[in-house]
Design a binder for this molecule. Structure first.
Ligand code: SAM
Ligand code: SF4
Ligand code: FES
Length: 345
């Protein structure tokens, strides 16, 4: 196993069989030591902050794993107004955030013009900040319009690189080929692009996870977000098991070795399955945290999965809590846009 870690460190690659063994391993110290070393080499003790604004939980899609799916009739739906979104940014800016991530379900009531206006207002008010969108699959022209309005980055997890596995997690009208095409379009337009996947979705095999790593090698995204699958009671996967903490951490460390400069968040889902999940993620090589800036009154309503953390706390409380968590593992946040090294338009 040590040889595999060494090969990943020096060549950023390993064979499929070696990757399967590492992904499936029990906690293997040398993997985490190397991943930490690589993070430190490229980013020192710095962790980048992204302020997450969950501006709508309406979704026209019906992903089998997600609590925001259209068929979940018991979800209480909300949308933030343009002004409310800007107020979240005001609060975030005061707290030292220089990236705002606007995330939502695929909500058709936000037209392209609305998204462009929102992006434009944020960039006009806060020209030193980056705006990241995470609003799902759109046409090339829509992505282009958001980019021209000032959006810098886009997060769209590929979810699983296997077409067959993708089809088992989504209704028939959702197409794995289209999702991958969206990612390539985003790159072509010039966004800093984030992709990623869930760990432990029903039916996922070790081979699927190796396929995920291979897909990422081909895409070369700037950001890679992974988190454990966590069941939601109002979905077809209500009774499925949640993803494993160890496997998710193994994959974070492998990703850090394969993509030394990538921006990799210690995700909220990781913090949800273990009280120190995010700290463990950082120690496995993650270098981004994405605290919530949404108004407290809507936080409990944005629940792709259950028991999500940070739904009762004000933005300032979360910010302080996170800083303490970072300090506990010898890291600190920086007031910076935190672009991918060498990339800024
Ligand atoms: N609608 C946009 C999209 O799908 O790209 C953005 C919002 S969606 C809630 C953001 C991410 O949440 C998805 O990419 C998916 O990986 C994750 N997610 C959804 N349901 C989940 C679950 N049950 N457990 C863990 N993560 C989940
Ligand atoms: Fe909608 Fe995204 Fe949830 Fe799928 S994962 S149901 S697209 S919010
Ligand atoms: Fe949100 Fe601790 S990070 S309450």
């Amino acid at each position: 196993m040590k040889n595999i870690v060494r090969s990943l460190f020096f060549t950023r690659d390993a064979s499929d069989d070696e990757l399967r063994r590492l992904i499936d391993s029990e906690h293997f110290d040398p993997l985490f030591e190397r991943a930490n070393e690589v993070r430190h080499l490229h980013f020192g003790d710095d962790v980048y902050l992204r302020g997450l604004i969950e501006f709508s939980n309406y979704c026209k899609n019906d992903c089998f794993y997600c609590g925001l799916r259209a068929s979940n009739r018991s979800a209480v739906r909300y949308r933030l107004t343009h002004d409310e979104i800007l107020q979240c940014c005001d609060e975030g800016y005061r707290l030292g955030f220089r990236t705002f991530v606007l995330q939502s379900g695929e909500d058709p009531s936000f037209k392209d013009e609305d998204i462009c206006q929102i992006v434009h207002s944020i960039k006009t008010k806060y020209p030193d900040c980056a705006v990241t969108l995470s609003i799902g699959e759109k046409s090339y022209n829509s992505y282009l319009a958001y980019f021209q309005a000032g959006a810098d980055r886009y997060l769209l997890r590929h979810e699983t690189a296997s077409d067959e596995h993708y089809r088992s997690l989504h209704p028939q009208n959702m197409d794995p080929v289209h999702r991958k095409e969206c990612l390539r379009n985003l790159k072509k337009i010039g966004y800093q692009v984030g992709s990623g996947f869930m760990v432990g979705t029903p039916g996922q095999t070790l081979d699927n996870l190796v396929q995920d790593l291979r897909f990422l090698q081909e895409l070369e995204p700037h950001m890679i977000g992974i988190g454990p699958f966590i069941p939601h009671g109002e979905t077809p996967f209500a009774h499925e098991a949640q993803g494993s903490l160890q496997r998710t951490l193994n994959l974070v460390a492998i990703l850090r070795l394969m993509f030394p400069q990538a921006l990799i968040p210690a995700t909220t889902a990781l913090g949800t399955i273990d009280p120190r999940g995010r700290e463990l993620g950082l120690q496995a090589g993650a270098n981004v945290v994405m605290p919530n800036l949404s108004p407290v009154r809507v936080r409990k309503l944005y629940t792709p999965y259950e028991n999500k953390i940070c739904t009762g706390e004000e933005a300032a409380q979360c910010r302080r809590c996170l800083e303490r968590r970072l300090e506990s593992v010898g890291l600190h946040s920086v007031v910076s846009r935190g672009d991918y090294p060498g990339v800024r338009r």
